[in-house]
Design a protein around this ligand. Structure first.
Ligand SMILES: [Zn+2]
Length: 399
């Protein structure tokens, strides 16, 4: 199973294909992907990307996108309703054992057919530690009965998608997974915006991850953006992030957006061909910014603070604008690799130092943005993440 930074691939898959397929002299050489999560709705189209990943020996798993099957909202999204294992009725506490098995089997068969490196159990949202926990346990049990019998044996990953209030009490989930023959737990809160959360909320989230990890299981964190670096530094095994919406996840708003799109046009690649909503990842600030901010950065006085030696930036700073996704892919992969190349006990110190430097760059940039009358994004996450890192490492030393 993958460790480090794992890329999520969905409708924005082109960047990964480009990144992996571009001539060696330009993009290719330094892109060393440790793993990929590919959306099931994309996998069913048998994309060439899967062959590329297999050829390059990049381990990948399939996200069964099952969180969407807990309510009937999936019926509004054609690509979800068309999945071979889409249930006739939403999966809930009243779903019969036969229907549940049928659903799980379908999801695992698809993953088996495409030679995924591990199976991802189709889980449903964990809104509470009562009925929802029971339902998720039934799904995992069904998967464990299928693996090794109906599909050949591979590692099993259990996704856990807690509501914010469930994060307060990790004991029930930790107990549940420690009882089951599974290999990794993937935690994806239903609503999560690491750049906006307070230190206290981030602490609760970390406590949840580490409670599961202390049950002896490997833990990966879903859709955390650059916050994944903080998690790696603290000892979490892996994290995944996308190329565009990497820093936030909100299941309900993505369902609402899908409903809105239903009457507009097919969901897909470039929903904004003008690129106005495109985001660019800045390693120094550990966040993405929009085009107007990039316009201010791309001036002689500031540019030097934000240039990188990544192969995707070889064409000059302006190439960010054309290759935003490739840049994000390269930057995140190399940041994670660099951090993991450091001795474990020094990782928090190294990252805290980078975050402190980021704070200084942010202060200079904010002044320039004010002067240029461009709306200044908040860069406060840099200080919050640094405090979290230092708090937790001090606490760990005291314990
Ligand atoms: Zn670049």
């Amino acid at each position: 199973m993958s460790v480090g930074r794992i890329v999520r691939v969905g409708p924005d898959h082109r960047a990964v294909e480009h990144g992996l397929a571009l001539p060696r002299s330009f993009f290719h050489e330094d892109l060393n992907l440790t793993g990929a999560v590919v959306d099931a709705t994309f996998v069913v189209s048998k994309p060439p990307l899967l062959d590329v990943l297999r050829d390059r020996r990049v381990p990948f798993v399939v996200d069964p996108e099952s969180l969407r099957f807990a309510s009937d909202a999936y019926r509004d999204v054609q690509r979800l309703a068309a999945l071979p294992y889409a249930p006739e009725h939403p999966i809930d506490a009243s779903t019969s054992a036969d229907d549940l098995r049928h659903f799980v089997l379908g999801a695992l068969e698809l993953q088996h057919q495409v030679s995924a490196s591990a199976y991802v159990v189709p889980a449903v949202p964990l809104e509470n530690n009562g009925d929802d926990l029971t339902l998720n346990r039934r799904l995992v049990r069904a998967a464990c009965d299928i693996v090794g019998v109906d599909v050949d044996r591979r590692p099993v990953i259990v996704p856990v998608a807690p509501a914010t209030r469930v994060l307060d009490d990790p004991t029930p989930i930790a107990r549940m997974v420690s009882d089951l023959p599974v290999d990794q737990v993937h935690v994806q809160p239903l609503r999560f915006r690491p750049t906006e959360l307070s230190v206290g909320s981030l602490q609760r989230y970390c406590d949840y991850l580490f409670a599961i990890r202390s049950a002896g299981l490997s833990v990966s964190a879903g859709r955390v953006g650059a916050f994944g670096l903080v998690l790696l530094a603290l000892g979490i095994d892996a994290f995944d992030s996308g190329l565009t919406t990497a820093e936030a996840f909100d299941l309900n708003s993505s369902i609402r957006a899908a409903k809105r799109r239903r009457h507009d046009k097919a969901e897909g690649e470039e929903s904004d061909p003008g690129g106005r909503r495109r985001r660019y990842y800045l390693t120094q600030l550990k966040t993405t910014v929009m085009q107007p901010v990039m316009g201010v950065i791309d001036r002689p006085a500031l540019r030097h603070r934000f240039t990188t030696s990544l192969p995707c930036c070889a064409a000059g700073f302006g190439s960010h604008v054309e290759h935003g996704r490739e840049h994000c892919l390269f930057a995140r992969s190399s940041e994670a690799a660099e951090l993991l190349g450091t001795t474990p006990k020094f990782r928090p110190v190294v990252l805290a130092q980078q975050l402190a430097e980021g704070r200084d760059h942010a202060a200079v940039l904010s002044r320039a943005l004010n002067k240029a009358k461009v709306v200044t994004p908040s860069f406060e996450h840099l200080e919050r993440w640094r405090r979290l890192l230092l708090d937790r490492t001090t606490r760990a030393k005291a314990a």
